[in-house]
Design a protein around this ligand. Structure first.
Ligand code: LMR
Length: 328
């Protein structure tokens, strides 16, 4: 649907729940948790929405609900299975209830950059992950990139010893719990929408995230500083329900998937640049960023990397070795 003031007014007065859609159009509701305009996922979601609504007018319409306004990531996959929404893009750390195979993406210091993540995802082992939750009703469509994670706390972090005894927010992943325990921290799983408040009120002392989230949700304002560890990654699975995808008309499905793949290619190649802009925005806003010497960074590697061992049987030693090769 092309929105005009008149159609919005008419839909609102008619009490339509979904103002952007015309009768007969396939409705695609997309719920996610980040902001929209300066974030790799937010920008990609907005571009997808715009292209679907322009190019599939009369056949399909999309409405994006960003910033956890509809669901947080703990609820979004259930909502997808119930058909309340049709598309989501949670981080790969949030699929633990559905598969343990995604744990590979959370292993600290495995992927050196997003190009390596991309190379792994496009390998056979990576592409198989898209179909790995079909029996649970979820269909992965493609991966969207974000970037490397950094550490922050309410005191300066230079070596892992500084993290001893601190409470850290983590995404809902047991690998990340183990990683924070490995540096002597006490990890707490928490929804993204609650992190700012928890840091501000001292419910937790620190967190790990990408520049676009640390700036986008202003975590840097309630932390002592950000330590540039690049110790892990945040990347996303664009996911739908097997049922919904099966029931789409073939031409609608094809066009939708074609547009999704084009948006993926356009935006994935920009994720690094988007994060660097967010990093700079933190500096411009007076935030403190601490860079590490090679020696200092090595102390984080030594403390965190033993975690691989704990999860190698869940993930599969073959997959870990394939990822190591890609990073060599
Ligand atoms: C987080 O929970 O920190 C991230 O997964 C949020 C996101 O979607 O980038």
């Amino acid at each position: 649907t092309k929105l005009t003031a008149l159609t919005v007014a008419m839909s609102v007065s008619a009490g339509a729940a979904f103002a952007a859609c015309d009768p007969g159009e396939t409705v695609i509701k997309f719920s996610h948790v980040t902001n929209t305009d300066k974030h790799p996922k937010g920008i990609a979601a907005s571009l997808l929405e715009q292209r679907i609504n322009d190019e599939m007018n009369g056949k399909a319409c999309m409405e994006v609900f960003p910033n956890s306004t509809l669901y947080n990531d703990d609820k979004v996959l259930e909502a997808l299975l119930q058909g309340d929404i049709h598309l989501a893009a949670p981080s790969l750390s949030k699929f633990e209830k559905f598969t343990k195979k995604f744990r590979i993406f959370d292993l600290p210091f495995l992927f050196k950059n997003i190009e390596a993540v991309d190379a792994f995802q496009t390998s056979d082992a990576g592409q198989e992950l898209l179909d790995s939750m079909q029996r649970r009703g979820l269909q992965g469509l493609t991966f969207w990139h974000n970037g490397m994670k950094q550490m922050s706390a309410n005191i300066p972090l230079v070596t892992p010893a500084d993290a001893e005894g601190l409470k850290f927010r983590v995404m809902s992943s047991d690998v990340l719990v183990a990683q924070m325990e490995a540096i002597g921290g006490s990890p707490q799983k928490m929804a993204f929408s609650e992190v700012y408040g928890a840091l501000q009120q001292g419910v937790v002392d620190g967190q790990e995230n990408v520049w676009s989230n640390i700036y986008g949700k202003k975590f840097f304002e309630v932390q002592d500083g950000i330590t540039e560890t690049n110790h892990g990654i945040i990347d996303y699975l664009v996911v739908t329900s097997v049922d919904w995808l099966d029931r789409l008309d073939a031409d609608v499905r094809d066009q939708f998937l074609t547009i999704l793949n084009e948006v993926t290619n356009t935006r994935n190649s920009e994720s690094y640049a988007v994060n660097q802009k967010n990093r700079q925005a933190i500096i411009d806003a007076g935030g403190e960023i601490r860079t590490l010497t090679d020696e200092e960074r090595q102390t984080w590697v030594a403390a965190m990397q033993p975690v691989w061992e704990q999860f190698s049987s869940d993930i599969g030693q073959d997959a870990i070795e394939a990822a190591v090769q890609i990073n060599a």
